[in-house]
Design a protein around this ligand. Structure first.
Ligand code: HDE
Length: 709
């Protein structure tokens, strides 16, 4: 059997990359039909006379249009909208004590990866900024085969059992009669379902927090969610939870901003990731693990198999094991980002599953969905899905088979093929499942150890700063405010009260309601046998508050301003030194500066030089930037009269962003909400304005400006 070409290209030099980018038109190739026939006229169909009807004989027209008619494949049923990038994983030190996985033991190899980051509920063309969980899937092309770590940007999930997944997704997607709303959970069916599912409450806290509206895909944490197993070469098992933490820190936008960004640039996250990689600002995460010895399985306040629970980092710290770097944009969105097929069941020796009932259901779902999405069990032959480890087996034929298998033997055991392909001994990398001891009755039941639905929801809420709690309350007011059925609002308030009465009361105030007594949970639904073991319980948690759960208190919070976008609000007569001094300082700190002016092209500076404009006020909006600077200028008074400029500054102020105005530019702030006051994050009159501005920008937002509800 011939070796398959690897899907991963070595990073070539810049020139090669440029050429590759525009390959289809730069290499001087003649245009042909799909059969290789050179085309003489690609502009006109074959007609009976120049004004006559088209001829059926025109095989060139028919081939082109037939191909076009079939260009679409079904979008993913969930996670339809995604962005992808190539990169690598670099291990810090061998993990042989815990796992025999080769890519987790060899520090000399950079394992190629492809990452796909997605929203969950929306269609492929939906906005990048709905309130939603982000999928964070990593494909590792290891020397022992493909390993997929198919995670999310939140460490827990809405449901405990795969049986509820279709219900969850049907509830959150656009309602079936009119497919409204698109990519939004703020509607009746979602909250109807949630209000009847107390197990969702922990995840609801995450989904209503700012984690659901990231500033950038490069500024999100990743989590494997389920508990997995590491298996070492002595066949010893350790439980493992995966985390990956962004080098740039974990940051979000505000909900008002998210909604405005969706209007101004619904590709905001996609473009941000693409541009960062294109400009060589390669996004980086540190991959870490929480390792739990098998003997400690039952030492926690919750069940390790329950995907609605996390292991607090105060109880089991996260040990960094390597870094993930994304350093190459895909050449073709469809071929790579759309056709990539992840599956939590793609594992390598040294990694194994647990009996988490959500994970167990996923192990069935992913191959099944690829069959309907990609149309064939040969989806592993699509270049982006190919293993770099050679593939030899007796699987044959099926739709769109690429491999041309030779010989007459396609079965095992055989003697005619010399016994090939042969099975591998464990010592030679042959995979065996972990021989977990199981003695059990066959039951359709939920373990009572899964019944505490509120304690970790409370842990999450209690771990947040007042600002973050405020955002959760406002998010719940917004979401439930969009729910039309009052009974659903009330039922949800009943559940929130079991997390925290203050939370429920604050949400209720916004809805003009009283917090009701909680109703009995309806996990089993009408008609099922009553089962008292389904009653939620509350267990005392050892950890009462965890800084790692708050984005603002997070120990990995990074104060860098690298890759942050800063708007310079300019007009004719802008002062040369003011622009250049601030620009140099910001760019030296790694930020990107954009000159905004009344029109594109150039504007004249105070010294009469031409200053190139990046965006006009028609295109620019404060929500697309991290900070605003108004340079000194002889025509600051005119700038102050522009409604677009006032709106820009007011939005920036409302969203708690830092604003700096130099010298005469203070005039521009006069008719805005942003009155000069360093204590309020509006910087003017500073001896070292750029230094002060950079320091403030590093803290991301000036939250004190926000009123708590
Ligand atoms: Fe998925 N999920 N999922 N999921 N999931 C899919 O597979 C499913 C779950 C996740 O960028 C689908 O190829 C079930 C948890 C990501 O291509 C599908 C259950 C987590 C992606 C599917 C879950 C995830 C998917 C749709 C409950 C976080 C996008 C297309 C038992 C740990 C991967 C596809 C990409 C995609 C099923 C729950 C993450 C239908 C049945 C929990 C990141 O197979």
């Amino acid at each position: 059997m011939k070796e398959k070409p690897t899907p991963i290209k070595e990073l070539s030099d810049a020139k090669q990359q440029d050429l590759e980018k525009n390959r289809s038109y730069s290499d001087n190739r003649a245009m042909t039909t799909d059969q290789g026939l050179k085309i003489n006229d690609d502009n006109n169909s074959l007609k009976a006379g120049d004004r006559g009807s088209a001829l059926l004989e025109d095989f060139i027209l028919r081939e082109k249009i037939t191909h076009f008619d079939h260009e679409r494949i079904p979008e993913r049923v969930v996670h339809a909208r995604g962005s992808g990038a190539h990169g690598y994983f670099k291990l810090y030190k061998p993990l042989n004590k815990y796992t025999k996985a080769k890519f987790l033991n060899d520090t000399t190899v950079n394992t190629p990866i492809f990452a796909r980051i997605s929203t969950v509920a929306g269609s492929r063309g939906s906005t990048d900024l709905p309130r939603d969980v982000r999928g964070f899937a990593l494909k590792f092309y290891t020397q022992e085969g493909i390993y997929d770590l198919v995670g999310n940007n939140m460490p827990v999930f809405f449901i405990q059992d795969a049986m509820k997944f279709p219900d969850l997704i049907h509830a959150v997607k656009g309602e079936p009669h009119n497919e409204i709303p698109q990519a939004a959970s703020a509607h009746d069916t979602f909250w109807d379902f949630i209000s009847l599912m107390p197990e969702s409450m922990h995840m609801i806290m995450w989904a209503m927090s700012d984690r659901a509206i990231p500033r950038s895909l490069r500024m999100m944490e990743g989590f494997g969610v389920h508990t997995f197993r590491f298996i070492n070469d002595k066949n010893e098992s350790h439980f493992v939870k995966f985390h990956w933490k962004p080098k740039l820190g974990t940051h979000a936008v505000l909900w008002d901003e998210a909604q405005k960004i969706s209007g101004k640039n619904s590709d905001f996250h996609k473009l941000d990731l693409w541009e960062a990689i294109d400009q060589g600002n390669f996004p980086e995460w540190e991959l870490g693990v929480q390792i739990i010895p098998e003997a400690d399985e039952h030492k926690f306040d919750f069940d390790l198999l329950d995907p609605t629970k996390l292991v607090p980092e105060e109880v089991v710290p996260v040990t960094p094991i390597g870094k993930i770097v994304l350093n190459r944009n895909p050449d073709n969105f469809f071929a790579e980002t759309e056709q990539i097929a992840f599956h939590p069941g793609h594992i390598v020796p040294g990694i194994d599953f647990t009996n988490d009932p959500l994970l167990q259901g996923r192990l069935f779902s992913y191959t099944d969905t690829q069959l309907s999405r990609l149309g064939s069990p040969n989806f592993h032959e699509i270049p982006i899905n190919r293993s770099i480890a050679p593939v030899h087996n007796n699987q044959r034929d099926a739709s769109m088979r690429q491999e041309i298998n030779t010989g007459k033997v396609a079965y095992f055991p055989n003697s005619l093929g010399g016994g090939c392909p042969f099975q591998s001994k464990i010592a030679d990398g042959g995979f065996t499942s972990y021989d977990e001891r199981i003695e059990a009755r066959k039951v359709r039941e939920r373990s009572t150890s899964f019944a505490d639905h509120f304690s970790q929801a409370r842990l999450f809420f209690d771990s947040q700063t007042p600002t973050e709690q405020n955002h959760i309350i406002k998010a719940l007011r917004f979401e439930l405010g969009k729910v039309e059925t009052v009974a659903i609002r009330l039922r949800t308030l009943g559940l929130l009260a079991q997390i925290d009465n203050k939370l429920a009361t604050k949400v209720a105030e916004g809805l003009g309601l009283e917090v009701p007594q909680p109703e009995k949970p309806m996990n089993k639904g009408v008609g099922a046998d009553a089962d008292e073991s389904q009653e939620p319980i509350q267990k005392n948690q050892k950890v009462k508050s965890s800084d790692a759960l708050s984005m603002i208190k997070n120990p990995t919070l990074s104060n860098t301003i690298a890759t942050r976008q800063i708007a310079f609000l300019c007009n004719e007569g802008v002062n040369d030194e003011s622009v250049e001094n601030m620009r140099n300082a910001l760019e030296t700190a790694g930020a990107t500066v954009k000159i905004i002016a009344p029109h594109l092209g150039t504007i004249k500076t105070e010294k009469g030089k031409n200053l190139t404009v990046d965006q006009s006020y028609l295109i620019a909006a404060s929500v697309l930037f991290d900070g605003t600077f108004i340079p000194d200028g002889k025509n600051s008074k005119d700038l102050a009269q522009m409604p677009e400029v006032r709106e820009f500054i007011n939005d920036s102020f409302k969203h708690c962003k830092f604003i700096a105005a130099d010298n005469r530019a203070k005039e521009v702030l006069k008719n805005t909400d942003a009155k000069p006051n360093t204590d309020m994050g509006v910087l003017t009159d500073s001896a070292n304005l750029s230094k002060d501005f950079i320091k403030k920008l590093g803290t991301h937002r000036f939250w004190q400006r926000e009123k708590l509800v």
